[in-house]
Design a binder for this molecule. Structure first.
Ligand code: FMN
Length: 514
């Protein structure tokens, strides 16, 4: 045997011993590191073994949902609701067997099925936004894609959402990152959001650029503009895109430096009062010729009433300055000029790519409370016919969406419902650039798993299944289609055993109940 093969056999016979030695050495190094560091108490007190705590904490987020959480327990979205979205997106059966697992709580909805259900064929009534604009927008769909900025979500995710929107005939809101090529090339109906940093329509120093706005509006696929006042997950705080996610491409899209966190101001520099808001709506609508509304999460109904009163009082003043026979016309013309064409009402429990926990957890009214109140308020002020109401916030199943349509929403939008259709597993890592499903990360390796073509079909399937099941609910209630749903078609639990007509509950009038 030559010396080389002797050495080889020596090494081979000692491999197990060597490995053991290396492991002991490694543990020893970790032990010394843990004992000597002062940042983490657990590691200092329980060297080496204490490290598993952090490992399990990370894994817990993934595995809780599979092994431990019950069907209706998990947050923010439970497994039962997510499964509906996953199955609808894959066109798998959404039927259930044996019976309901849903426990009724106060405030929950049950639909008021009719003695004789509707059995004919019927499609939604077309809905027009901004009928007096130079270019009004009409849709017969009731469930659309809520704003998620290109930046918060990845390019393949935007591409899949936009192509899916085109396929299903629904709109996609660009979110505050502006309309990217993926949005514009898809041919989908776009609602372009104007965030407080004016990404996509801003001058080099961050102001609104009227020329950029006009040239964006000139595109046929751009249907409406939404001024972002606030978002439910972080009202009072502007958009936040962590530095890790500001890649050269995102930076170019937004006109900001690469690798620096993108923090939008909390408010628009143009809007410091209620009348500024209506002036800004007027300005955007004049420049674009397209329906213009605003997105808001309401914190307090009295504040919101005061804002709308400014509009109504100004319209009244204008109408008083002309002869009595023209006053109604002038009143209406004033509203056509200054009132929003729609209000997107977002829920305090809405989603986000990144936000402070205190605002996520405990700021802003939830949609269950704000939607009925806003619809009542608009009706009482005579504004309901003019201003469309779009509702969002954890409305991802047909029951949620039909509730909102019954309560008075004209349309519903969802962000996270559509993320589930893309395969989101609720890993809660949108702010870390490590999303395991490629949706909220710009890491190419993680994006590879997200095939935009396949997922665009899922986005369209989810929207189509949603519309089909909304019609199923409507038919059960004796209504011809989802656009006919109103408060008479639903009951609300006012205790955990007793349901009262939504008409009475939301009017705040329980005196007629039996
Ligand atoms: C990843 C992500 C990014 C978002 N980006 C924006 C945005 O740019 N502008 C905005 O107004 N809202 C944004 N939102 C909020 C959604 O548009 C929506 O209002 C909220 O999530 C409620 O809908 P949902 O419960 O169906 O997700 C974002 C939400 C998520 C989850």
């Amino acid at each position: 045997m030559d010396s080389l093969s002797q050495l080889a056999s020596f090494v081979l016979s000692h491999i197990p011993g060597l490995i053991t030695l290396l492991i002991i050495l490694g543990i020893g190094i970790l032990y010394v590191q843990d004992r000597s560091q002062v940042d983490q108490t657990i590691r200092r007190n329980y060297p080496v073994i204490g490290r598993f705590r952090y490992f399990f904490e990370d894994l817990g987020v993934f595995f809780r949902q599979y092994f431990f959480a019950l069907d209706r327990e998990e947050m923010p979205f439970n497994r039962a609701d997510r499964s509906w979205a996953y199955r609808a997106a894959k066109r798998e059966s959404t039927l259930q067997a044996f019976g309901s697992t849903r426990v009724q709580h106060e405030g929950d909805v049950v639909f008021a099925n009719a003695v004789i259900p509707f059995t004919g064929e019927s499609s939604n009534t077309p809905l027009t936004f901004g009928p007096e604009c130079r270019a009004p927008y009409t849709t017969d769909r009731r469930f659309h894609i809520s704003g998620m900025s290109y930046g918060a979500i990845s390019k393949p995710a935007v591409t899949a959402l936009a192509l899916g929107a085109k396929q299903a005939g629904i709109w996609i809101n660009t979110g505050e990152g502006g309309a990217s090529d993926a949005h514009l090339e898809s041919g989908a109906d776009l609602v372009c959001q104007i965030g407080t940093a004016k990404f996509g329509v801003r001058t080099a120093d961050g102001h609104l650029d009227p020329e950029k706005l006009k040239s964006l509006a000139a595109r046929e696929s751009v249907k409406m503009f939404e001024i972002k006042i606030s978002q439910g997950a972080k009202p009072g705080k502007g958009g936040i895109l962590p530095a890790d996610k500001v890649t050269p491409e995102i930076a170019a899209q937004r006109g900001i430096p690469v690798g620096e966190a993108s923090i939008s101001p909390p408010g628009h520099e143009e809007i410091n009062s209620a009348s500024d808001l209506f002036d800004f709506i007027h300005q955007v609508r004049e420049l674009t010729g397209k329906p213009t509304g605003f997105k808001i999460c309401i914190g307090n109904m009295d504040d919101f009433r005061a804002v709308l009163e400014v509009l109504v009082v100004a319209a009244q003043k204008a109408s008083e300055s002309v002869a009595a026979d023209q006053s109604k016309q002038v009143f209406e013309a004033y509203l056509a000029d200054y009132a929003p064409d729609f209000i997107t009402l977002d829920s305090g429990n809405g989603g986000t790519g990144a936000a402070p926990m205190s605002l996520i957890d405990a700021a802003g009214m939830n949609i269950q409370e704000s939607l009925p109140s806003v619809v009542n308020l608009l009706t009482s002020m005579g504004l309901r016919e003019r201003i469309r109401v779009v509702a969002s916030g954890k409305l991802i199943t047909p029951v949620d969406v039909a509730w909102a349509l019954c309560a008075g929403a004209d349309c519903v939008t969802s962000a996270r419902g559509f993320m589930f259709s893309l395969g989101c597993i609720q890993a809660l890592q949108c702010h870390q650039n490590t999303c395991p499903t490629g949706i909220t990360t710009h890491n190419n390796k993680l994006q590879r798993g997200l095939d935009a073509k396949v997922k665009s079909n899922r986005v369209a399937n989810y929207a189509n299944e949603m519309h089909a099941e909304l019609d199923t609910i409507a038919h059960s209630c004796g209504a011809a289609n989802a656009s006919m749903l109103n408060r008479s078609h639903a009951m609300i639990y006012v205790g955990n055993q007793r349901a009262v007509s939504m008409t009475q509950v939301y009017a705040g009038d329980l005196t007629h109940e039996k």
